[in-house]
Design a protein around this ligand. Structure first.
Ligand SMILES: Nc1ncnc2c1ncn2[C@@H]1O[C@H](COP(=O)(O)OP(=O)(O)OP(=O)(O)O)[C@@H](O)[C@H]1O
Ligand SMILES: [Mg+2]
Length: 253
């Protein structure tokens, strides 16, 4: 079914107070992400990608416009409601893993469920399931300092997923990984998307990472510049992405 999991309408973001040095980071952006889609956000540095992600992820608030997630308008929510909403409906994967060093990998992955007060039996079965999906069952009793970068990132992905969020949001999720670990992370995200139907929105600079997406939105100077969809192979899509990026480079003001 074509249900939008994210709906962004006429979103504007202005940083700074009136009269001071204002920065118009988003100038009226509209798009939807359907349930089960894997969407990439690309564009030159400073064009508003992280701003967009933050306004969708409830970490910051759009100045104007509407952001709906799973049918709820988050721009109307109060701070307390927002943090509940965030912990229940969203999963995050950042570049720097954000794993807590004093907790085991198991405890890190369990965190979103522990915070919701889930029963330990439920936590155990969910953690084991996502760990198996991501190929990290063997390292659950280890601590972050004892595992590789790729294993850390897959642990972070497991934590993003363990509470069945409506969507997983990533800002450069492969940014800190070498190419081998980046590939295994991207393969893991792809299989989560294709086999479990998990919706994913990922900001990335990297055309290779982006080639794993089904659709890519290009942002330029706070506006939607172009949208492309993978209708062929990943290799062909990769070349299409490079073409748009080259285009964006030449159109840069
Ligand atoms: N907290 C802030 N206060 C003021 N201006 C900001 C703030 N965050 C971002 N900006 C400005 O908003 C614009 C968009 O920034 P944003 O971080 O969204 O870009 P980006 O596309 O994620 O860039 P990059 O690819 O380098 O991560 C930039 O001009 C930036 O300087
Ligand atoms: Mg950014």
């Amino acid at each position: 079914m074509n249900i939008p999991v994210v709906k962004v309408k006429d979103v504007e973001k202005v940083y700074g107070k009136k009269g001071s040095n204002q920065s118009h980071a988003l100038k009226g952006v509209s798009f939807s992400i359907l349930e089960g889609e894997f969407v990439g956000i690309m564009g030159p540095s400073g064009t508003g990608k992280t701003t967009l992600l933050n306004d969708i992820s409830t970490l910051d608030k759009a100045t104007n416009g509407v952001v709906q997630i799973a049918g709820t308008d988050i721009t109307k929510m109060k701070q307390g409601e927002l943090s509940d909403f965030r912990s229940q409906k969203l999963g995050f994967i950042f570049q720097d893993f954000n794993l807590l060093e004093n907790l085991s990998i198991y405890e890190n992955i369990a965190l979103p469920l522990s915070l919701q007060g889930a029963a330990s039996r439920k936590i155990k079965s969910k953690v084991n399931k996502v760990a198996e999906m991501l190929g990290i069952s063997e390292i659950l009793s280890k601590y972050p300092s004892e595992v590789s970068g790729g294993q850390k990132q897959r642990s972070a992905a497991a934590r993003a997923l363990v509470h069945d969020p409506a969507i997983i949001l990533g800002d450069e999720p492969t940014g800190a990984l070498d190419s081998k670990n980046a590939v295994s992370m991207l393969e893991a995200m792809k299989s989560l998307n294709e086999e479990q139907g998990v919706s994913i929105m990922m900001v990335t600079h990297d055309a290779f990472s982006a080639s794993y997406c089904q659709r890519i939105l290009f942002i330029q100077d706070g506006e939607l510049y172009k949208e492309i969809r993978n209708t062929t192979t990943r290799e062909n899509f990769y070349r299409e992405i490079l073409d748009v990026l080259a285009d964006l480079g030449t159109h840069k003001s």
